[in-house]
Write a protein that binds this ligand. Structure first.
Ligand code: ADP
Length: 483
């Protein structure tokens, strides 16, 4: 049973092959018209031959009817010369001649079977009533049958009817010969087309095989070489798409390597500091209690730093997940911002920085509260970290029926124009030592941007170096999760 299923499954697979379809198409397009044409040619030939034969027999019938009248055959059927001629004629047309007189009595029959019998048919009545003849073709018995009235030349009256039936077997024989010959031609053509279709289908599908081979050969690694199969515009398009996909994968691969090396570096820095601190404590003799405390406090600070980097990395990984990871809930955005400012007030107060919340209206939106809080918190925290002492921070909130906008402006050190494009990159910092001093990891803005994008929102930055920075976040009130 299983083998039968496998057999049909394999057959179905073959039906799906482009090569098979091209082959079948070429074969059918070649063979079917040739069969149809030869059939219609034979049919035409046959009907033309029959109509020619009918005309010929009718002509002969008319001539004979005139002779029968002029010889007065109806009145005196004893005419061996005429009968001889009629026998000859039936020989030529492979048929039979019957003559009836005005009383529907058969006075002559080349077969001699009906002589003396009465014969009434539609054709005879028609001949007597209208004086016109008729002709029919009987396809079942393959006979042409004609009826010609024998009219009296002087009185114009119909005295009798002449019937001629002629077999068309000879036409059938020639038709058979033609059919046989055309059959041979069709079979030869079919064989030729079979081979041609086989060859052409192989030729036409070859570029696709080359694509498979080319793709197979690059799966080992990201080579620099671009693979090109320019045989058809379609294959070229496939390969262009493939090349750009490879390009993208290569970039992703490189950025992953860079990320791993950045992470290792960031994680190693606090460890190196701790090692130096610990080594110097070990190396020194008679270290005072106070120095111990100082060094241990420094080590604890480095541990905190390491911890911050790791928790930032974890947040970032969470944010990198798809949009379905958004845990949307109806949120009072005003309350959310007020809470953020409250949490950050102590560190702002420490540097005498004034924080103001300017809300234009009450906003309720469907957002992932935890993620958005983290995103906005990073912005406000940066506004504190990169501010001047006794500076100010303004957080604005506004919205319409579709979006709400949060702005975070500060009177801080600003960001140089050439760095504006890069600040959202992971681990990018304008001034590494300043960021480190402030406890930064270089991940804050990357996390913020991911969270905003997860909400199908946008984030913009504008800054004047030395004067201050403004971040603008625009988010839809409802996120349509399309998966
Ligand atoms: P960090 O942990 O270093 O703060 P972020 O990703 O939050 O990392 O920010 C990246 C860099 O962008 C910061 O190191 C800083 O140089 C710059 N930056 C961010 N926010 C501000 C701001 N409000 N004012 C000035 N510079 C900023």
């Amino acid at each position: 049973m299983k083998t039968i299923i496998d057999f049909f499954f394999n057959k179905l697979k073959a039906l799906k092959s482009l090569r098979f379809l091209i082959f079948i198409l070429l074969f059918i397009v070649g063979v079917v018209p040739s069969v149809l044409i030869s059939e219609s040619v034979i049919k035409n030939y046959k009907s033309r031959e029959i109509s020619l034969r009918t005309t010929e027999v009718v002509d002969q019938g008319r001539i004979l009817a005139t002779r029968l009248d002029s010889e007065g055959y109806i009145m005196d059927p004893d005419n061996p010369i005429l009968e001889n001629e009629m026998t000859l004629l039936t020989g030529i047309y492979d048929g039979r001649i019957i003559i009836t007189d005005g009383r529907f009595l058969v006075i002559y029959d080349t077969y001699g079977l009906s002589t003396g019998k009465t014969m009434i048919s539609q054709e005879i009545i028609k001949c007597f009533s209208s004086g016109a003849g008729s002709s029919v073709y009987d396809p079942d018995n393959r006979y042409i049958e004609i009826a010609v009235p024998i009219n009296n030349n002087q009185t114009g009256e119909t005295e009798g009817v002449l019937f001629i039936s002629s077999s068309t077997d000879i036409i059938r024989d020639s038709e058979d010969v033609i059919r046989r010959k055309s059959g041979i031609i069709t079979v030869t053509l079919a064989v030729f087309l079979f081979v041609l279709a086989l060859f052409l289908s192989y030729l036409l599908v070859r570029p696709f095989k080359r694509i498979t081979l080319a793709i197979g050969s690059v799966k080992e690694g990201f080579g620099d070489a671009q693979v090109s199969i320019p045989d058809y515009s379609e294959t070229e398009a496939i390969m262009n798409a493939f090349n750009s996909l490879m390009e993208r994968l290569k970039t992703l691969d490189e950025s992953r390597d860079e990320f791993v090396s950045n992470v290792s570096h960031e994680l190693k820095t606090p460890l190196a500091s701790m090692k130096v601190l610990a080594d110097s404590l070990i190396a020194a003799d008679n270290v005072s209690n106070e120095t111990y405390r100082e060094f241990m406090a420094d080590i604890a600070e480095e541990v905190d730093r390491e911890d911050k980097i790791i928790s930032d990395l974890l947040s970032m990984v969470k944010m990198d997940k798809s949009q379905t990871a958004v845990n949307a809930e109806d949120t009072d955005i005003n309350a959310m911002i007020e809470l953020i400012l409250k949490m950050l007030k102590p560190i702002a107060d420490k540097r005498g920085i004034q924080m103001v919340f300017e809300s234009k209206r009450a906003i309720n939106a469907e957002v992932d509260k935890t993620k958005l809080t983290l995103a906005i918190m990073n912005l406000v925290e940066n506004a504190v970290k990169y501010n001047k002492d006794n500076g100010w921070i303004r957080v604005g909130l506004d919205g319409d029926h579709q979006f709400f906008t949060i702005t975070v402006s500060d009177s801080g050190i600003g960001i140089p124009e050439e760095s504006l494009d890069q600040i959202f990159e992971r681990f990018y910092r304008v001034d590494k030592s300043h960021s480190r001093e402030m406890g930064g990891t270089g991940l804050g803005l990357a996390i913020t941007r991911s969270a905003v994008l997860m909400h199908r929102g946008a984030i913009k930055v504008s800054s004047v170096d030395g004067e201050g920075t403004t971040f603008t976040v625009k988010i839809p009130l409802k996120i349509a999760i399309t998966g």
